[in-house]
Every structure is written in structure tokens, then in C-alpha cells.
Design a protein around this ligand. Structure first.
Ligand code: SF4
Ligand code: SF4
Ligand code: FES
Length: 249
């Protein structure tokens, strides 16, 4: 048992400040446990979003000592408890109150993505078959828990909210890669990814990949292949001439 001082952001869209709370920490506790201790003993009105406490719902994203992570998956033993620990809401989305932000930007972005469009059954028995390699490629993208930490650190929207209407962000590029690489999907989303998705804003800094708690290789496995598809379709001169001559993509 040790004592720790948490400096928790308290406030809303009109402003706020960090408030110190000193509480006991038990062995094995995670940051979310200690925030709950603060809520139970000193600040009953502290707003914090969480659901699973198992790293699966993506609700408890925050910036702990300035680092974006899941509070329920961050053990106190990994932090220096001899110093105050700051806990702030993720920065890229509008603050509702204390540690809770309005992440609806991400759901609105997701709602624009053209849905999965399956081909006709491709097996003799009237069902579908996929290569195991294709299954595994999609599985990586499906690990996403929608914590939006990648969206939070992406400088395209973190530092420039004015870009939000023109940029869907790394989480959505993961979803688009899942759809585009699905062997049973028939839709072509390259124009959507280029125009509505705004993928050209991404300069492959990999900050999104570094914070992903599911270790999805967002840049290498999703964004770069999507960029390559767009380059092939729109900027390959041979493909352009072929398209003009034949009228086919
Ligand atoms: S790699 Fe692209 S999407 Fe990811 S954080 Fe950097 S600019 Fe944003
Ligand atoms: S891709 Fe990773 S960081 Fe982004 S929302 Fe999904 S799980 Fe979170
Ligand atoms: S509470 Fe569900 S991911 Fe942290």
C-alpha cells in the first residue's frame, strides 16, 4: 500500500483546472482503480467513462502523464507514484466534463463509409470460401476496440480541428482497409478514401500505430496499402492510358 497524488482534470467546455487528490494505492491496481477511489472517497461528481475494465470496450481512454492510453490497462506499478500523476481527457474531441469527451465525430465518420457489399456465393455448395491468409489479414483490423487513441494523437485533427470535415482518421482507415482487402467484397471505395477520407493528409508519422492498445499496424498494414491503391488508380500513367482507351478501370 502506498500513497499517490493524482492531478485530475476537472472542468467542462467552459474551462477547468487540474485538482490534486491523494489516495491509497493497492498492489496490482490500475489507473482506473485509483480514479474510482478518488470518485468514491473525495469527488463523487467526477465524470469518467468506462465499461469493461478489461481493455475491450475502448471507453476509458485518457492522457496519463501526457501519454494517451487505456486507464484500465495501465498498472500503477508502471508509473512513478512518488511524483504526482496527471490524468487528462483525450484532447482531440470536445470536452463534455472532467475525463469524458464527445467522440461522436468518429461515429459520424464511420457512418459515411460504404458498407460491405458481398459477392455471390463462390463455392459449389452455395456458400463462401476464403483463403486463410485473407482471414488473418482481416482479423488484425477487426481487433479494433474503438478507443480512438489513434484519432486522438493524429496531428491532422489534434492540432487542426478545421481538418475534421475533410479527414476520417486512422481508425476509419483501418475499417476501410478491412473492407477493401476483403476478398468477398465487391465495392470500390478508392474515390471515397481519396476524397471524403482525405488520406492524402496523412504523412505516415506512425503516431497512431504507436498508441494502439491492440497493436494494429495501422500505418504499415492499413494506410500505406490504401495509399498505394489510390496511387495505382489515379497516378499510374499506364493505367490511366489503359482506362482512357478501354473505358475500364
Ligand atoms: S500516420 Fe497518418 S493517420 Fe497516423 S497519426 Fe500520422 S498522420 Fe495521422
Ligand atoms: S485502431 Fe487501435 S488505437 Fe485506433 S481505435 Fe482501434 S484499437 Fe484504438
Ligand atoms: S474500461 Fe473498457 S477498455 Fe478500459
Amino acid at each position: 500500500m502506498a500513497q499517490v497524488t493524482l492531478q485530475v482534470f476537472r472542468g467542462d467546455a467552459n474551462g477547468g483546472e487540474f485538482v490534486d487528490y491523494t489516495v491509497e494505492v493497492d498492489e496490482g491496481q490500475v489507473v482506473l482503480d485509483v480514479v474510482h477511489t478518488v470518485q468514491a472517497t473525495q469527488a463523487a461528481d467526477l465524470a469518467v467513462r468506462w465499461n469493461c475494465k478489461a481493455g475491450k470496450c475502448g471507453s476509458c481512454s485518457a492522457e496519463v502523464n501526457g501519454k494517451p492510453l487505456l486507464m484500465c490497462m495501465t498498472r500503477m506499478s508502471t508509473l512513478d507514484v512518488s511524483q504526482p500523476i496527471s490524468i487528462a481527457p483525450i484532447k482531440t474531441f470536445p470536452l463534455i466534463r472532467d475525463l469524458v469527451t464527445d467522440v461522436s465525430f468518429n461515429y459520424e465518420a464511420a457512418s459515411q463509409i460504404p458498407a460491405f457489399a458481398p459477392c455471390a456465393p463462390n463455392a459449389d455448395d452455395g456458400t463462401y470460401r476464403m483463403m486463410q491468409q485473407d482471414v488473418e489479414r482481416g482479423q488484425e483490423f477487426r481487433k479494433c476496440i474503438e478507443c480512438f487513441l489513434c484519432q486522438n494523437v493524429c496531428h491532422v485533427i489534434r492540432d487542426h480541428p478545421e481538418n475534421k470535415p475533410n479527414f476520417l482518421g486512422p481508425r476509419q482507415f483501418v475499417h476501410l482497409a478491412e473492407l477493401e482487402m476483403h476478398p468477398l467484397d465487391t465495392a470500390d471505395r478508392t474515390e471515397f478514401i481519396r476524397k471524403t477520407g482525405g488520406i492524402a493528409y496523412c504523412n505516415i508519422t506512425k503516431c497512431c500505430t504507436e498508441v494502439c492498445p491492440e497493436s494494429i499496424h495501422i500505418t504499415d498494414n492499413a494506410i500505406i496499402p490504401l495509399k498505394e491503391r489510390i496511387a495505382d488508380k489515379y497516378y499510374d500513367p499506364f493505367r490511366w492510358i489503359f482506362s482512357k482507351l478501354t473505358g475500364r478501370d
